[in-house]
Design a protein around this ligand. Structure first.
Ligand SMILES: [Mg+2]
Length: 124
């Protein structure tokens, strides 16, 4: 069954690039890929309906990705929702920290369709 995706990034252009890349990677995802511009909006999207995989930026005005991951992981009903971070941040401590907080994967920008495919395939 096709997976439902939520793309969270403050840049509308980046959301478009991520969405296009996911489609190009040939992954089985719902036609309707949901989008949000920050963590608060993303939490609202999560309340509106089922999301299997979240692709989430870190640096965003409002609620950033690090706080968003913690919020999602505080909610036991979202325990099976996978969270893949996509960020220009590449420090090991930051990546280890967000994974310890509950992120399932990490992709650094800029990325290739192959990288996205490799990160998402285990969760398809
Ligand atoms: Mg950003």
């Amino acid at each position: 069954m096709a997976k439902s995706l939520l793309v969270v990034d403050d840049s509308a252009t980046m959301r478009k690039i991520i969405t296009r890349t996911v489609r190009k990677a040939g992954l089985s995802v719902d036609d309707d890929i949901k989008e949000a511009g920050d963590g608060n909006e993303a939490l609202t999207r999560l309340e509106e309906g089922n999301v299997d995989i979240i692709l989430c930026d870190i640096n965003m005005p409002g609620m950033g990705g690090l706080e968003f991951v913690k919020k999602v992981r505080e909610d036991p009903t979202k325990a099976s929702t996978k969270i893949i971070m996509i960020s220009t941040e590449s420090a090991d401590e930051l990546i280890d920290g967000v994974k310890a907080d509950g992120a399932d994967g990490y992709v650094t920008k800029p990325f290739t369709p192959e990288t996205i495919q490799k990160e998402l395939t285990p969760y398809m």
